[in-house]
Design a protein around this ligand. Structure first.
Ligand code: FAD
Length: 524
């Protein structure tokens, strides 16, 4: 009945809220725990006690979103925050409790929040949430989980008596048999996560290539606010390291940001120096790296006692040591990195897209919650709230949705070079490098024009590969990345102001009226 593309917090929340009478297939392009959810550290924002209030959480979110949050979406999400946490606890998630009072959950405070409202599982909330939901999903008889299955494109169909298209499934490439299969469903949910892999440096794991956004766009859905890409200021920079985020708590505990010559620089950018807001720190680092032409800057906490560092930051110390960096004795090389995609596929409060029977949830979607800047820990909350909402909406409608009519199987007759894999690693590198250089933390009209020129050429090249070679994961991702890159560039070019996460040297000020950037597909 239902096909869910993606097995992160959003996809699993939807799957587990569908009734057991409903047949569900959930696919993941890699392992079941691939995606960003597993890597979430801080926690989930929710109104958990009487010192806090829904109004206060709403107010903080609106402030962070710099005039672009949709108030009804913020209110809806925040109002559902406590039920979302209760549901997670019912699914078996173990949140950290107060040491002095084991009946109470421990709440932390993060940037932008006026209250302590971040419920967490030590510093690995993602693992706790994801593993509990995976356990529940694996026990469900109505749910088939297919790993190493990669959705390529959505299938749409017009009824004989109508010209309006609806979504009826997807073409899915299976790594196990190296074939593309047609999956038909009454409803399809896109829960494929964000698109931060479009940038050279990212805190996201492999696979965050914006597949759901690109697929929905190609199928005729509107996409909004793609210019708002959140960059985390400090990720470990090492040629052999997987991307590793260096928590803001390091700066909170006195770590200094240093240039390659050992001098501090943040006080030139903000009176709070290293403790300035996240986007200010990211912009300052980017500015210095471009000015000096260096690959990274350094984060140094080695002036603190070694036992303090070891006891406060054991995970960071251990991860850095894997690459020969002893943080008790030397500075850590860091770069800012793309962290979160605020824009996405436009949906209503049920997660419904413009295409009937197609839903989008989690980081893939644009609900209006985040506006121009996501407030920390609101994203996992959005996954659970909208995952649940989409499942409820589908449940109510399932009986009235027509079974899809038979569609053609995937056509590979166009492929002329079926035995050969096309070499595309240079295209991957080129795309991610020019997105970083021209469409990164600080933008100008000229740099965006350059990126626009490059992306058009690259898209042509990719379409050629697509018509001549057999598809595989790399080609599917490269095509999606190039579509998403084009959406980001177009959105950034359209915004003639600096707001939230979008900063343009040509338009450094705010415009009076705040507007979303909505991109209409050709066939809308
Ligand atoms: P994901 O968890 O990214 O899952 C995507 C799924 O889609 C995966 O299963 C993937 O395999 C699948 N997929 C993708 N494309 C395809 C395809 N073509 N075919 C088949 N399957 C596909 N948020 C918070 O609220 N609090 C935090 O403390 C926090 N910390 C973070 C720390 C890090 C390092 C990172 C990277 C993010 C953090 N975030 C945090 C953000 C948050 O983790 C994500 O926004 C959220 O987990 C996204 O969940 P999702 O279900 O939408 O997607």
């Amino acid at each position: 009945d239902v096909l869910i593309i993606g097995s992160g917090a959003a996809g699993l929340s939807a799957a587990l809220n569908l009734p057991e009478s409903c047949k569900v297939a959930m696919i993941s392009k890699g392992r079941i725990n691939d995606g960003s959810t597993w890597w979430a550290q801080g926690g989930i924002a929710a109104v958990m006690n009487n010192e806090d209030s829904i109004e206060q959480h709403v107010k903080d979110t609106l402030k962070a979103g710099a005039g672009l949050c949709h108030e009804e979406s913020v209110e809806y999400t925040v109002r559902n925050s406590r039920p979302a946490i209760d549901w997670l606890i019912d699914q078996g998630v173990q949140f950290t409790r107060e040491e002095a009072d084991q009946d109470k959950y421990h709440l932390t405070k993060e940037g932008g929040h006026s209250q302590r409202r971040i419920i967490h599982s030590a510093d690995a909330t993602g693992v706790a949430v994801h593993s509990a939901l995976i356990d529940q999903a694996e026990a469900r008889e109505n749910l088939t989980i297919l790993t190493d299955h990669i959705a390529i494109d959505l299938v749409t169909q017009a009824d004989r008596d109508s010209t309006k298209y609806r979504c009826t499934g997807a073409y899915i490439y299976s790594l196990s048999d190296d074939e593309v299969h047609l999956y038909q469903a009454k409803a399809v949910i896109l829960a494929t996560g964000g698109a931060s892999k479009v940038y050279l440096y990212t805190s996201n794991p492999d696979g965050c290539s914006g597949d759901g956004i690109a697929m929905a766009w190609r199928a005729g859905c509107r996409v909004a606010n793609m210019e708002f890409n959140q960059f985390h200021p400090t990720c470990l920079f090492h040629p052999e390291a997987r991307t590793f985020l260096l928590t803001e708590a390091l700066r909170g505990e006195g770590a200094h940001l240093l240039l390659p010559d050992g001098s501090r620089f943040m006080d030139r950018f903000h009176e709070m120096a290293e403790l300035a807001p996240r986007d200010v720190v990211a912009r300052a680092i980017d500015h210095e790296m471009k000015r000096l032409g260096c690959d990274c800057v350094y984060l140094d906490i080695s002036h603190k006692p070694a036992d303090f560092i070891q006891s406060h930051f054991p995970t960071v110390a251990a991860e850095c040591l894997k690459y020969g960096i002893d943080i008790t004795k030397e500075p850590i090389p860091v770069v800012p990195a793309a962290h979160y995609t605020c824009g996405g596929v436009m949906v209503d409060k049920h997660g419904q897209t413009d295409l009937p029977n197609l839903y989008a949830i989690g980081e893939t979607s644009f609900t209006g919650l985040h506006g121009a800047n996501r407030m920390a820990s609101n994203s996992l909350l959005e996954c659970i709230v909208y995952g649940t909402a989409s499942a409820r909406h589908i449940t109510d409608r399932l009986d009235s949705i027509k079974q899809p009519e038979y569609q053609p199987e995937w056509d590979e007759s166009r492929v002329t070079d079926s035995d050969e894999d096309v070499v595309i690693s240079h295209n991957w590198d080129e795309l991610r490098r020019f997105m970083w250089d021209y469409v990164g933390i600080v933008r100008t009209g000229k740099r965006l024009e350059r990126a626009n020129h490059r992306i058009k050429l690259l898209q042509k090249e990719i379409e050629e590969y697509y018509s001549n070679y057999k598809v595989g994961n790399d080609l599917i991702e490269l095509r999606n990345l190039s579509d998403v890159a084009q959406l980001i560039i177009r959105s950034a070019m359209a915004r003639k102001e600096s707001r939230g996460l979008h900063y343009s040297l040509d338009f450094p000020n705010l415009k009076q009226f705040a507007r979303d950037t909505i991109l209409m597909p050709l066939n809308f």
